[in-house]
Design a protein around this ligand. Structure first.
Ligand code: ZN
Length: 150
C-alpha cells in the first residue's frame, strides 16, 4: 500500500506544481471566495454555467499542496458536468475523506479524485482537500455574489 500511496502523492504534487484551470475567467456567471483559516489556504473560484451544466470552471489562489491539487483535480472532474452530477461527485468525495481511517477507501466512481483517500488519516487536512468543493457550493448558491466559506 505504501507504493500506491507514493504514487498518489506524486499526482498531488504534480497538480500543485502545475494546477489545471488556474486562471482568471472574465465571463464567469458565478464567483466565490474560499478560505481555510486552519491552514491559510485561499482560493477564488470562477464558474460559467450553461443552463444546469458547468460549461467552464477555473480558480486562482494560494494554499498548501493539498488544497491546490484538490482545486485543480476538482475543476477537471466537474467541467462539463451537470449541477446534479457535480453534487453527487462532492458527496462521494466527502465520504472518501471522512470515512473511518481503519476502513479502506475504495474511491469508486471518483476517478483521479481518489488520490485523496490517504487524507482521511489526517483529519486536519480534510479541510484543505474540501475547500475547493465548499467554495464551489457557495459559488453555485450565490449568483454573482462573493461569499466566504468559513
Ligand atoms: Zn491547506
Amino acid at each position: 500500500m505504501t507504493d500506491l500511496r507514493d504514487l498518489y502523492q506524486e499526482v498531488i504534487l504534480d497538480h500543485n506544481k502545475s494546477p489545471h484551470n488556474f486562471r482568471e475567467m472574465a465571463d464567469a456567471s458565478r464567483i466565490a471566495l474560499g478560505h481555510n483559516p486552519l491552514c491559510g489556504d485561499r482560493l477564488k473560484l470562477y464558474v460559467r454555467l450553461d443552463g444546469d451544466r458547468i460549461a467552464d470552471v477555473a480558480f486562482q489562489g494560494q494554499g498548501c499542496a493539498i488544497s491546490k491539487a484538490s482545486a485543480s483535480l476538482m475543476t477537471d472532474a466537474i467541467k462539463g458536468k451537470t449541477l446534479d452530477e457535480a453534487e453527487t461527485l462532492y458527496a462521494k468525495f466527502h465520504d472518501l475523506l471522512t470515512g473511518p481511517p481503519d476502513e479502506k477507501a475504495t474511491g469508486a466512481g471518483l476517478g483521479k479524485l481518489a488520490v485523496f483517500s490517504g487524507v482521511r488519516e489526517f483529519p486536519v487536512r480534510v479541510k484543505c482537500a474540501t475547500l475547493a468543493w465548499h467554495t464551489l457550493e457557495s459559488a453555485l448558491k450565490n449568483d454573482k455574489e462573493i461569499a466566504k466559506t468559513e
